[in-house]
Design a protein around this ligand. Structure first.
Ligand SMILES: [Zn+2]
Length: 166
């Protein structure tokens, strides 16, 4: 049974290592992560959020309901054009146990390469919400959280609402 790691847990700050083998265990873990993600109405979940410091994630395009299982994802390029969008994270919860949200500026579109669960290398240009999700989730693999992009005062205000795990 996987457990959600919450803000304050140092595992969320680790740089994850590449996946070297697609094992049945990895496939099971990704399926469980998809279940967790949808049960909590999330659209993305990265391995360190369930305590695994390896480079893989799951995400869903909320417009098409297409689910992606990404192993060793890489953002090859980011657009210069940026967009501000509201973001939340299943690891950054308020006192009520629900995600806290804040506006974050990121590239509007990105080119992404990853390995799927069959070991095939795929490449896609993503924009809109999927671009947002993939940037947020790949950040997790480098120990970066969306709150890191907030300016001092904004971050402080948000962190006051966050139920930190010590
Ligand atoms: Zn997150």
């Amino acid at each position: 049974m996987l457990q959600m790691k919450l803000c304050g847990d140092l595992i969320l700050r680790e740089k994850c290592t590449p996946v070297s083998d697609i094992t049945p265990e990895l496939l099971n873990t990704m399926d469980e992560m998809i279940k967790m993600m949808s049960e909590q109405n999330g659209v993305g979940l990265a391995a360190p959020q369930v305590g695994i410091t390896q480079r893989f994630l799951v995400m869903m395009d909320p417009d098409t309901n297409v689910v992606y299982k990404m192993i060793n994802p890489k953002i090859l390029s980011r657009s210069e054009e940026t967009t501000v969008m509201e973001e939340g994270c299943l690891s950054v919860l308020g006192a009520d146990g629900m995600p806290v949200y804040s506006n974050v500026r990121r590239s509007s579109s990105v080119q992404v390469e990853w390995m799927n669960e069959k070991g095939e290398i795929l490449r896609a240009e993503m924009s809109g919400v999927p671009a947002r999700i993939v940037q947020h989730e790949t950040d997790h693999l480098d120990g970066v959280l969306f709150i890191d992009y907030l300016s001092g005062v904004k971050r402080e205000m948000l962190m006051r609402k966050v139920n930190r795990r010590h």
